[in-house]
Design a binder for this molecule. Structure first.
Ligand SMILES: NC(=O)c1ccc[n+]([C@@H]2O[C@H](COP(=O)([O-])OP(=O)(O)OC[C@H]3O[C@@H](n4cnc5c(N)ncnc54)[C@H](O)[C@@H]3O)[C@@H](O)[C@H]2O)c1
Length: 388
């Protein structure tokens, strides 16, 4: 099959920039797609980070240290931008104004004002495809749960719980980095870093919190600064957000949690939906398994746990019995982004698109209200404006 090549530039060649390089390098994993990304240029303020691409990605022809030079590169059609949160606003706006499609990283701006400025740029350039990274919904078990929600299989929703939990920060000897500083990560702390992953599906399902009561927790006061001293650890480590969701015909509690210090959890993303007709659960802790409890009035309440087959949104060479993992979810997300660039939202090969800018903006509404809730010790109403 002839493939339409999309030329990409990468801005930010760190942890996530390299993940994209790896996904692009194994595009042959996907069957039946008529598009393919090709990384032709990279940019990082740190030349060593860019050098990794030059050493490992043969298609990279140019490396820049100033992203404006990359944006002036006419051979670049689309950009993946994975830089610290304080840089999102300016760099995303400049990418969009340069007319290049953007897969940006969450939280899409360090705070709500930055996010609103990015949203304004998106409105000014409607032909540019702008999406946010959020890979977990592409796990086959999650795709199954999405289908059940779309088919309205849950009946009346009793409650929803979703979270994203890390644990490496339990180690007090872990050195400080930009993700633990307000200037670079933002006032939201763990919410900005982990939160859109948790909110992406609830917002896609239309489950907007009408109010939030937040419990925010700073556990580590300081960390090694990498130069023999200690540096203050400024950001929220853990957040528990108790939300009251109101939809056109339902109202239910939704508890969202984002934790950097959840002992024993390396990268656990989960969603649990309880309903009067069906309940379902998925966690990356058991990435193959999806649990469901169908219920008929008076009938048995028994959980069914199945090994979800490797049946991804975009078909692959992998046999159905094999396991799906983090890098597979990244590859699927990239396929969705490239599909949308080439075929448009309505023409995509499968219907699940990457996280939308409106979903990123929704997360900012919630996190801003959560900060206020914690400060005032009260439940804070969330104004969804025209979107409500
Ligand atoms: N989707 C996910 O699962 C996931 C996971 C981790 C991080 N992230 C997000 O990805 C983004 C980057 O995080 P990371 O973990 O890759 O960080 P990182 O620190 O590993 O990489 C960031 C890179 O940006 C570079 N950089 C800094 N200033 C720059 C500038 N002015 N111009 C060009 N490059 C510059 C740094 O040198 C570094 O190489 C953040 O928004 C973060 O929230 C997403």
């Amino acid at each position: 099959m002839e493939k339409r090549i999309i030329t990409f530039g990468v801005i930010g060649c760190g942890l996530m920039g390299k993940e994209f390089a790896s996904a692009a390098a194994r595009w042959c994993h996907l069957t039946g797609v008529d598009f393919e990304p090709r990384i032709v240029a990279v940019c990082d303020a740190n030349p060593t980070a860019a050098q990794w691409f030059q050493d490992n990605v043969p298609s990279v022809a140019r490396a820049y240290s100033d992203y404006r030079e990359l944006l002036a590169d006419d051979d670049v059609e689309a950009i993946y931008c994975a830089v610290p949160h304080n840089l999102h606003e300016q760099i995303y706006i400049d990418i969009i104004a340069a007319g290049k499609h953007l897969l940006g990283e969450k939280p899409f701006g360090i705070d709500r004002a930055a996010n609103e400025a990015i949203s304004a740029a998106i409105s000014d350039y409607p032909h540019v495809v702008v999406r946010s990274s959020s890979e977990f919904p592409f796990f086959p078990g999650v795709q199954q749960i999405i289908k059940w929600v779309e088919e309205e299989r849950f009946g009346r929703i009793i409650e929803v719980e979703a979270g994203f939990w890390h644990s490496s920060d339990l180690d007090p000897g872990k050195p400080i980095n930009w993700k633990r500083r307000i200037a670079t990560n933002g006032e939201y702390g763990c919410m900005g870093d982990l939160g859109l992953h948790v909110l992406h599906l609830p917002l896609r399902f239309g489950w907007k919190p009408a109010s939030v009561c937040a419990l925010l927790n700073k556990i580590m006061e300081e960390r090694p600064d990498g130069q023999g001293g200690m540096a203050p650890c400024e950001t929220w480590d853990n957040a528990i957000l108790a939300c009251d969701v109101k939809t056109a015909d339902q109202q239910f509690p939704m508890v969202l949690s984002m934790k950097r210090i959840a002992p024993g959890h390396a990268n656990t993303w989960f969603i649990r939906i309880q309903g009067t007709k069906l309940s379902a659960e998925f966690s990356t802790k058991n990435p193959k398994q999806v649990a469901s409890l169908p219920y008929e009035p008076g009938g048995q309440q028994a959980w069914h746990v199945v090994d979800a087959p490797y049946q991804s949104a975009y078909s692959t060479i992998t046999g159905g019995i094999f396991e799906f993992g983090f890098s597979d979810s990244i590859l699927q997300m990239w396929a969705a982004f490239c599909d949308e660039i080439v075929h448009g939202k309505e023409g995509m090969q499968q219907p699940f698109s990457c996280a939308l800018p409106e979903e990123a903006s929704g997360s900012h509404r919630l996190f801003t209200a959560a900060l206020e809730s914690h400060k005032t010790g009260s439940t804070v109403a969330i104004d969804w404006g025209n979107e409500g």
